[in-house]
Write a protein that binds this ligand. Structure first.
Ligand code: GLU
Length: 313
């Protein structure tokens, strides 16, 4: 049996989501919206939405769960999964899977670790993943977008080209990371078009329902929304494990301590968390803490696992 078919339906979670929204109602607005690009700095930190998707594609939510937001680094999970689906373990010759202990855009470890990024969720590692996806598919960002549309069932999902342009205009550090890694041979595509794919990837807009549904294959141990298999059960476990140890910037220990689920955050204020065999949760609130994680989002997930007992621990 690939997963538990008797897992609860999405609507079962609505009362708990409503309880969480009421409990944490003072938190949205705490923290600061990402300000490294103007297109994100102008987003009101006071927003909040949360959705749960069950294993069968049912979804429910509270607050602004249907409002699109900038997914940013959350897309790194999906790009990783697509690469693993194509070439399984070969990726791990070019990127590690240990927490970095450094900020997401840090250059410092790369030189003394011979151009092999610590993990696929810091920018350096994500650039390696996008490079592999570009080599494997010929159009990394379009392949990723197709996948997200298929898994969420929302054909309206698209790039925010203003955000992508803003990322490119402020992209010197990502360019430096990519060129440096390329000098060690762990990036093979020409860097300028690779960066375009990476910036488009980061700019994808989705809402909480879309993201909860799109992450469903990780709760279904690698099985896609249409019942076909994307990842082996073991590969799905591996992606969840890397999310647990590296998915929330330099605060994965704190996230495991408070939430106890595999999770991936983005500086748009979204977080996707996976309860293997049960459901996928997405929360959005743009106010970030100093590490780059949504203040209200982490608090909401903390309450979710506390109230439901659905931590993996
Ligand atoms: N687009 C961002 C960057 O590459 C990603 C930010 C994030 O969500 O971590 O700098």
């Amino acid at each position: 049996m690939p997963f538990a078919h008797d897992a609860p339906k999405a609507g079962t979670y609505l009362p708990v989501l409503e309880e969480i929204a009421a409990e944490i109602s003072a938190m949205p607005g705490r923290g600061r919206s990402a300000d490294y690009i103007p297109a994100l700095a102008c987003v009101d930190p006071d927003r909040f939405g949360m959705a749960v998707a069950d294993l069968d594609g049912g979804v429910c939510g509270v607050g602004e769960w249907r409002t699109p937001f900038s997914t940013q680094s959350i897309t790194k999970v999906f790009a990783l999964a697509l690469v693993l689906a194509h070439e399984s373990g070969a990726l791990w010759e070019h990127v590690g899977r240990e927490p970095s202990g450094n900020p997401f855009n840090s250059l410092v470890q790369l030189e003394y670790e011979n151009g092999v990024p610590r993990n696929p969720f810091i920018n350096a590692g994500a650039l390696v993943v996008t490079d592999r996806l570009q080599t494997l598919t010929g159009d990394a960002s379009a392949d990723l977008l197709d996948f997200l549309r298929a898994e969420s069932g929302n054909a309206e999902i698209g790039f925010d080209l203003e955000v992508a342009a803003s990322e490119a205009a402020h992209g010197d550090r990502n360019a430096a990371l990519a060129h440096f890694i390329a000098s060690y041979g762990h990036i093979r595509q020409p860097v300028p078009p690779l960066l375009d794919h990476y910036f488009r990837q980061c700019s994808i807009e989705m809402n909480c329902a879309d993201l909860a549904l799109a992450g469903g294959f990780l709760a279904r141990h690698g099985v896609r929304a249409d019942g076909s298999r994307l990842l082996s059960r073991s590969e799905a476990k591996q992606v969840n494990a890397v999310m647990m140890t590296c998915g929330t910037y330099d605060a994965a220990g704190e996230f495991a301590y408070r939430v106890g689920l595999p999770g991936k955050s983005g500086v748009g204020g979204g977080i996707v968390a996976v309860v293997p065999g049960r459901c996928t949760v997405c929360v959005w609130s743009p106010g970030l803490d100093e590490r780059g994680n949504s203040v209200a989002g982490v608090a909401a997930l903390d309450r979710f696992t506390t109230l439901t007992g659905l931590s993996v621990f």
